[in-house]
Design a binder for this molecule. Structure first.
Ligand SMILES: [Zn+2]
Length: 180
């Protein structure tokens, strides 16, 4: 099996050379080559397609600087120069990818859950190796808090990640019993 490990990364980078900007003769050496398992390939593919659409519409420069797993979910970092609007849309695309990784098995890409163990992982039942899933307070699964600062005032909005449609849906914080 050793010979094929890493091929999905090279294929992903080859498919999105504009965003990875790998060395011409060695795509696997791209700075942003994913440091995660193959189950998140589709998450990254969706992210690349979204980012490309933003940059094609808005111009600017973009390059992944690091893609890795941390605490069981995806972390994505990039370098470049985009307009404030494009920057915000790229960050939104990255937030979607990170939220999707939190409910997608890192091994196989099926629906998964964050699991406790020696370290946090996101796995489906079949790849859980018996590790229990992290218990969220009922109703707070896939809920993300977003902090905003407008004219020096801080406020919080809530959104839920909808895996089926791969979108965030705004949620009224008071309906979740969350106090600001
Ligand atoms: Zn799995």
């Amino acid at each position: 099996m050793c010979g094929v490990v890493g091929n999905w990364r090279v294929e992903l980078i080859e498919a999105h050379r504009d965003l990875f900007q790998p060395p011409a003769d060695f795509p696997g050496a791209a700075q942003g080559s994913p440091e995660c398992d193959a189950g998140w390939r589709d998450v990254l593919d969706r992210l690349c397609i979204r980012i490309r659409a933003i940059i094609q519409a808005d111009g600017g420069s973009f390059k992944f600087s690091q893609i890795k797993e941390k605490y069981g979910t995806l972390r994505v970092y990039w370098d470049g120069a985009l307009s404030p609007d494009a920057d915000a849309r790229v960050e939104q695309a990255i937030a979607l990818a990170e939220a999707r990784s939190a409910v997608t098995c890192e091994v196989c890409g099926e629906e998964g859950r964050l699991r406790e163990g020696a370290w946090l992982t996101t796995r489906c039942e079949a790849h859980s190796e018996g590790r229990p899933s992290v218990q969220h307070r009922s109703g707070l699964e896939n809920i993300y808090m977003v902090r905003h600062f407008v004219e020096g005032r801080r406020f919080v909005t809530c959104r839920r990640y909808d895996r089926q449609n791969d979108v965030f849906v705004d949620v009224d914080p008071t309906s979740l019993g969350i106090e600001e």
